[in-house]
Design a protein around this ligand. Structure first.
Ligand code: NAD
Length: 345
């Protein structure tokens, strides 16, 4: 495979292939860009079908972190790592220690954290070998409530831009996915008088928001076609696709899920239908912002930074309106500009 020619390669600064025979570790650490600071991004453990698949996933995620961190206004670059293997059967103390040693050898150029397939215990083991770990238990805590707060602020920015309103009273919001983030998002929306239509594959999660916030529950496949103002994807990625877009009645798509657009072109389709899309990595940055405040953690300072999501999204929406180009394209451009400007400093 010609790595430098891969579309996902996108001028990564450094890629480290990590192998430790004794523990069975096979991992890839991708450092996309460090213009703004050390590359920060989680470690994912996944049973990839091929090494190529693992590399491409890591490269895409790593570039995504550069954009996310830049748009969040953090002095952090973008990176990501993947451990290749089954997270249910292949975990061991030695595996995570070996991974930690590879992170340590990068001397702080890459800082790791939890991602899919990795839990706080795993990261505590990594931390025995390196201090270049963020999001450890007992420090900045669960990022989900802060992510939800940022999404709530982002929805307010979208509502202001699209509907000209400063409040959410009586506004209808469809929330898909009522897990860690979705639940707290529902709480903020309900506190401000929004009407909630919700769905989740987990009945307990549905019952909780129905009982606590008077939400109306609908079937998982019916969430797209609800007659609402806002559709908030907070479950899986790629829910904005050729199949779902024709059903969406909301004039705003704004939620926490990562990689909401199945493909970039779906951003163009949303624009052509007059649906305002809040780029996922801009609106869901609350968690990474929270973690960035981990040293001498101060919740109020973190939330103040998260408040900036409102202004950043407004900038993206206005630039999109002025140029007639999709918000996802504008956000990528702004992120690249911020990264390039940091290099010239
Ligand atoms: P979570 O696993 O706690 O919650 C996801 C919820 O979605 C679960 O309740 C699950 O049952 C539900 N779900 C799964 N498939 C579904 C389907 N087909 N239809 C409806 N519901 C379905 O995850 P989370 O931490 O709340 O994160 C939600 C999303 O936000 C994810 O895409 C995540 O990557 C993204 N995100 C989370 C954070 C964070 O701080 N937790 C930060 C940034 C982005």
């Amino acid at each position: 495979m010609a790595v430098f020619n891969l579309r996902a390669y996108d001028d990564h600064e450094q890629i480290v292939f990590c192998r430790d025979v004794e523990s069975g570790l096979k991992a890839i650490i991708c450092i996309h860009n460090t213009n703004l600071g050390p590359a920060v991004g989680g470690c994912r453990m996944w049973d990839y079908n091929s090494d190529e698949g693992a590399l491409i996933d890591a490269l895409r995620l790593s570039r995504g972190m550069t954009y996310k961190n830049a748009m969040a206004g953090l002095q952090m670059g973008g990176g990501k790592s993947v451990i290749i293997g089954n997270s249910k059967t292949m975990k061991s103390e030695e595996l995570f220690r070996a991974f930690g040693r590879f992170v340590e050898k990068l001397s702080g150029k890459y800082i790791t954290a939890e991602d899919v397939g990795i839990n706080p215990n795993d990261m505590a083991i990594v931390n025995k070998e390196t201090n270049y770990v963020l999001g450890l238990e007992g420090k900045s805590g669960d990022p989900s409530p802060v992510t939800a707060y940022g999404v709530y602020k982002g929805i307010k920015a979208a509502v202001k831009h699209k509907l000209g309103r400063d409040d959410l009273d009586g506004l209808k919001v469809a929330v898909q996915g009522l897990g860690h983030v979705g639940y707290y998002l529902c709480k903020h929306l309900n506190d401000e008088g929004a009407k909630l239509v919700v769905t989740d594959i987990n009945k307990e999660n549905v019952d909780r928001v129905v009982n606590e916030f008077g939400a109306v529950a609908v079937d998982v496949n019916e969430i797209y076609s609800q007659d609402v103002d806002v559709y908030a994807p907070c479950a899986l990625g790629a829910t904005i696709n050729d199949t779902t877009i024709p059903h969406i009645k909301a004039s705003i798509v704004a939620g926490a899920a990562n990689n909401q657009l199945a493909e970039d072109r779906h951003g163009d389709i949303l624009l052509s239908k007059g649906i305002l899309y809040a780029p996922d990595y801009v609106i869901n940055a609350g968690g990474i912002i929270n973690v960035s405040f981990e040293e001498n953690y101060n919740r109020d300072a973190a939330l103040e930074k998260v408040d900036e999501i409102y202004g950043t999204l407004t900038e993206v929406f206005e630039a999109s309106k002025l140029s007639g180009r999709p918000t996802n394209v504008i956000a990528d451009e702004l992120a690249r500009q911020r990264v390039a400007a940091a290099k010239n400093k």
